[in-house]
Write a protein that binds this ligand. Structure first.
Ligand code: SF4
Length: 503
C-alpha cells in the first residue's frame, strides 16, 4: 500500500510543551495524598489512582490481491479461510494484551498489506475486540474543555480544527484509519466501515497514470480509484489520505505534474508522497537495480528518472500541494491544517504503541527511573560536553521496551503471546529515536521535551553535532525547538545519521 512502512508526528511547538506540562501537573496533583493519611494508606491510595497513558494501536493485515512488483512489505495473497484463521489469532492477541487498563487508545490504524480486502464482518470482529479490550480516549469539545461525549464508534467523528499549524489533536479523538486499495472496497463496504467508527481512509493510489500503475503491478486504474474515492465521500468519509509515489520507471516531470493536478482537483485532506525505492528481493530490483545504482553514482539512467528529475518532482510536490492548502508537516506528508495523521505523528513523537498481527512491533514504557548504568553512560557524554552539567532525577524517564511478532504466518498463527522476547531500549537508543524520528517533522523537536524526558539538555548530548549541522545550514535552533532547514530536509538521511549516539 503506502510506499513506506514508516508511520510517523507533529503539533504546534507551544501546544506540545504545554500539553505535556498540563498532563504532568495533573498527574502530580492526582497523586498528592490527602492530609492525615498514614504512609501505608498513601501507598494504597497511589495504587488506586488510575493514571491512564495514551496508546496507539497498529493492526497489520498481511493480505493483498496480488504482489506489486516493487513491494517488500510483509504481505501476500491468501484464501478466505486463511484470513478467518488469521483474524481469530489476531483477536486472541488483542485480548491477551497485558495491562490494557493502564491505557486509553487514541488511534487505531488498520494497515497492511491491503486491509480493505477483508470482508466487513472480519474488520468488524477486529474492531469489536479492540473496543471490548481497550478504553478509547474521550473526544473533547471544540472549546477543549475536556470530555463531553463518551468515546466509541458513534463519537469517532472528526471535528474540524482550523487552527493553522496545530493538528488539533485533542479535537479529533479517536482517529481510526483503514488503508484501502482502489477496487477492493465497494459502497457497501465503505458504509459498513463508517458504521464501525472508521473515520479516516488512506487510499493507495500511487499514480494517476495507468501506464505507470501497470508498471508498478498495481491492480487498479485511475478510473477504479476515482470510483472508490467518490464512493468514500458518499459513504461519509471526511478525512481521506491519498498515497502517491514519484521517481517511477518511465515517469517524467510532466506526468508527475499531471498526477498532482488530477489528485488535487479532488481536494483530499491529506497526501503522502514518497519516492520509489528499489528494494532488494523484489522483481523491480532485478529490472531496475542496476539503473538505481547508476543513478546513485551520478551516471545516466536508462529507465528511472535522473537524480535531477527526481529532485524536481520533489520540489514540485511541495509547491503544488502548498498552493492547494496542504502544508508539509513531515518530510513526505502533507495535510490541511487539522488533518495531520495523528497515528503517524504518535510514531514520530514516540507515543507508546501496540502492534498486533504478523511482524507487528510494539513500543511500550515501564514508568521506572533510569538505571545506574544508563546514568553513568549519560554522565560520560555530558562530562565531555559541559563542565557544569548535573543529571537531574529522572522523574519522567520511562524505560521503553520493544517487541516484534514473528514474520512467518505459520509461526504467528501458533505463537504464544505470553512468552515474548522483549528488547529493553537503552537511554542512547531512546535519545537517537527521539531525535531522528522527531526531526522528520517540520516542527522538529522541543529542547524542553528532550530535557524533561532524559534529564539532560539536548545540547549536552548533541552539542557538537548540532553546531556542525547549523554551520552547514542543515539544522535550525529557534524558540526552544530544533528542526531541519529546507536544505536539511533535502539531505535528511545525512542529518539523521549525525544523531546516532557513540557507544
Ligand atoms: S498493495 Fe502492493 S504495495 Fe501494497 S502491500 Fe500489497 S503488494 Fe505491497
Amino acid at each position: 500500500m503506502p510506499a513506506r512502512t514508516e508511520r510517523m508526528f507533529c503539533g504546534s511547538p507551544v501546544s506540545f510543551a504545554a500539553e505535556n506540562q498540563a498532563v504532568r501537573d495533573r498527574r502530580i496533583a492526582d497523586r498528592r495524598p490527602a492530609p492525615g493519611l498514614t504512609r501505608a494508606e498513601k501507598r494504597e491510595k497511589d495504587r488506586e489512582i488510575p493514571v491512564k497513558r495514551e496508546l496507539e494501536l497498529y493492526i497489520h493485515i498481511p493480505f493483498c490481491v496480488r504482489k506489486c512488483a516493487y513491494c517488500d512489505f510483509l504481505s501476500a495473497p491468501a484464501s478466505q479461510e486463511t484470513m478467518r484463521a488469521y483474524v481469530d489469532v489476531l483477536c486472541r492477541e488483542i485480548r491477551e494484551f497485558p495491562r490494557a487498563d493502564q491505557y486509553e487508545v487514541s488511534t487505531v490504524f488498520l494497515g497492511g498489506g491491503t486491509p480493505s480486502i477483508l470482508p466487513p464482518e472480519l474488520t468488524g470482529q477486529i474492531l469489536s475486540t479492540v473496543r471490548e479490550k481497550f478504553r478509547f480516549v474521550q473526544a473533547r469539545s471544540r472549546t477543549g474543555r475536556g470530555a463531553e461525549r463518551s468515546a466509541g464508534p458513534e463519537n469517532a467523528e472528526p471535528i474540524p480544527d482550523k487552527k493553522c499549524g496545530d493538528p488539533g489533536f485533542s479535537q479529533r479523538l479517536p482517529e481510526i484509519t483503514i488503508e484501502c486499495n482502489p477496487g477492493t472496497a465497494d459502497m457497501e463496504k465503505l458504509a459498513a466501515w463508517r458504521r464501525m467508527g472508521i473515520n479516516r481512509l488512506s487510499l493507495g493510489l500511487q499514480s494517476a497514470d495507468d501506464k505507470e500503475l501497470r508498471c508498478l503491478g498495481r491492480i487498479h486504474t485511475w478510473k477504479d480509484f476515482l470510483a472508490t474515492y467518490h464512493d468514500a465521500r458518499r459513504a461519509g468519509f471526511e478525512n481521506i489520505n491519498i498515497d502517491l509515489m514519484s521517481a517511477l520507471p518511465g515517469q517524467t516531470v510532466d506526468s508527475w505534474k499531471r498526477t498532482l493536478e488530477k489528485v488535487l482537483a479532488l481536494s483530499p485532506e491529506h497526501i503522502s508522497a514518497y519516492s520509489l525505492i528499489i528494494e532488494e528481493g523484489t522483481p523491480f530490483y532485478d529490472r531496475y537495480g542496476e539503473d538505481a545504482r547508476r543513478r546513485d553514482a551520478g551516471e545516466p539512467c536508462v529507465e528511472l528518472p535522473s537524480e535531477e528529475e527526481e529532485r524536481e518532482m520533489y520540489r514540485l510536490t511541495e509547491q503544488y500541494l502548498q498552493k492547494a492548502g496542504l502544508y508539509r508537516y513531515e518530510i513526505s506528508n502533507y495535510a490541511r491544517p487539522g488533518y495531520e495523521c495523528r497515528h503517524n505523528c504518535g510514531y514520530w513523537r514516540r507515543t507508546e504503541y501496540a502492534g498486533f498481527g504478523l511482524g507487528a512491533a510494539s513500543l511500550l514504557a515501564l514508568p521506572e527511573t533510569v538505571s545506574g548504568k544508563e546514568k553513568a553512560v549519560m554522565g560520560r557524554r555530558c562530562a565531555a560536553g559541559a563542565a557544569d552539567h548535573e543529571i537531574r532525577p529522572h522523574t519522567f524517564f520511562p524505560k521503553n521496551y520493544r517487541y516484534k511478532n514473528p514474520e512467518d504466518l505459520a509461526a504467528y498463527l501458533a505463537y504464544d503471546f505470553s512468552d515474548r522476547q522483549k528488547e529493553e531500549l537503552s537511554a542512547e537508543d531512546q535519545m537517537e529515536e527521539f531525535m531522528f524520528l522527531g526531526l522528520r517533522m517540520t516542527r522538529g523537536v522541543s529542547e524542553r521535551a528532550f530535557e524533561e524526558t532524559f534529564g539532560v539538555p539536548a545540547g549536552q548530548i548533541y552539542g557538537r553535532e548540532m553546531e556542525k549541522l547549523e554551520k552547514q545550514g542543515l539544522l535550525c535552533r529557534e524558540n526552544g525547538r530544533i528542526f531541519l532547514s529546507v536544505r536539511g530536509t533535502d539531505l535528511a538521511n545525512y542529518v539523521m545519521a549525525e544523531f546516532l549516539v557513540e557507544r
